[in-house]
Design a protein around this ligand. Structure first.
Ligand code: FES
Length: 106
């Protein structure tokens, strides 16, 4: 599945992601700037915050309570498309997913 990351400067990184990896792991693995993932994916740091493009929002499972709580405390504005990328697992249904990295993280 191909995942596109929109960076702070507006440029796009298109990455061929491995099924079963998270959107965060895929970014870290390919040195995408702006996804620090300080907690390593245990849903406790919120430095993997991304904005999911509108057309994919309803294709993702909704955030669980813990993610929801962390999203309330993210450094950048919480928007309708806000998600923690460590909680999004890549599968075939996410092919073509675009996520934008908040400016404050880049
Ligand atoms: Fe820390 Fe996602 S990597 S919350």
């Amino acid at each position: 599945p191909t995942i596109t990351y929109i960076l702070k400067d507006g440029s796009a990184r298109r990455i061929d992601a491995r099924t079963g990896a998270s959107v965060m792991e895929t970014a870290v693995h390919h040195n995408v700037r702006g996804i620090d993932a300080e907690c390593g994916g245990s849903c406790s740091c919120a430095t993997c915050h991304v904005y999911v493009a509108d057309d994919f929002m309803d294709r993702l499972p909704p955030p669980d309570d813990m993610e929801n709580e962390l999203l309330d405390g993210v450094a950048a504005d919480r928007l309708p498309g806000s998600r923690l990328s460590c909680q999004l697992v890549v599968g075939p249904e996410l092919d073509g997913l675009t996520v934008r990295i908040p400016e404050s993280q880049a």
